[in-house]
Design a protein around this ligand. Structure first.
Ligand SMILES: [Zn+2]
Length: 268
């Protein structure tokens, strides 16, 4: 996976790097953590292992073989589970730390990294047992998509992909989403296409949750194959993807009846 150290599996290593003193739990996605977050790190490492295995299967034949992907379509990436007091030192592109409690993906380190806070910000909703794994899988999907150059595309398409992935992973690993989805507002006053940034954190969360409902409906009606087709389509695009092209790309990825289905969806 390109992580430092020998190929011999050791349960833990203490490493230097962006966050000195952090320990590493090995796995498909090596997980670095503050020493006091060992238990939380094991939980996160488990979600990452589930997510990378499921994502490789979801992308399956749709994903071209990459140089790093003998077992599937998932690229080398690692995760940092960052204690509150270390947040300012977490790897990132910008000079200033991002707001606390918000996970993100960064290519500022090699291999690139998912940066996860020790606790999700209170804006993350609904607060069910599914929230953390869904959030981890969302970031893992971003990391996988951004393993290749991706042209600019409308926000709704760029965020639909990770939301659909996280719902598909949940399906594969048997995480029920009924309670979580039941607490999501299906009519927040905008559709995924009329939502406009910059918006406050609460509105952003409503947008993400609307995409989760939308992605779940697409999975139910078309199966998970459309996810790999979207990945491939976005990787193949050479020019900026505008609104009309994005809609066509999604409709084609869904398959026969996709266009009519999109027009019928209240979220769209
Ligand atoms: Zn996202």
């Amino acid at each position: 996976m390109g992580s430092p150290g020998s190929a011999v599996a050791e349960p833990r290593r203490t490493v230097s790097g962006p966050l000195p003193g952090y320990r590493c739990l090995d796995g498909p996605v090596p997980t670095f953590h503050a020493p006091r977050l060992a238990g939380e790190a094991r939980e996160v490492r488990g979600y990452l292992s589930q997510g990378s295995g499921a994502l490789a299967g979801i992308l399956g034949a749709e994903a071209p073989d990459g140089p790093h992907t003998p077992g599937g379509g998932v690229s080398p990436v690692r995760a940092f589970l960052v204690a509150d007091e270390d947040w300012h030192g977490a790897p990132r592109e910008n000079a200033h730390p991002y707001p606390p409690g918000l996970p993100y993906f960064t290519r500022s380190v090699d291999p690139p990294a998912l940066v996860l806070p020790e606790r999700l910000s209170a804006v993350f909703r609904p607060r069910t047992g599914a929230l953390l794994p869904l959030t981890v899988w969302h970031e893992l999907a971003h990391a996988t998509l951004l393993d290749r150059e991706v042209v600019r595309a409308p926000l709704w398409l760029g965020e639909l992909v990770p939301q659909a992935v996280s719902a598909a992973v949940a399906g594969r690993v048997g995480l029920p989403l009924g309670e979580h989805l039941g607490r999501v507002d299906p009519a927040p006053g905008f559709t995924v296409r009329t939502f406009r940034g910059p918006a406050g954190a609460e509105e952003q969360m409503k947008f993400q949750n609307l995409l989760l409902l939308f992605g779940t409906a697409a999975l139910r009606d078309f199966g998970e194959g459309f996810i790999g087709r979207i990945f491939r389509a976005l990787w193949d695009e050479k020019d900026v993807v505008g609104e009309a092209r994005a809609e066509g790309l999604l409709a084609r990825s869904l398959g026969p009846g996709g266009q009519e289905w999109l027009r019928s969806r209240p979220e769209f």
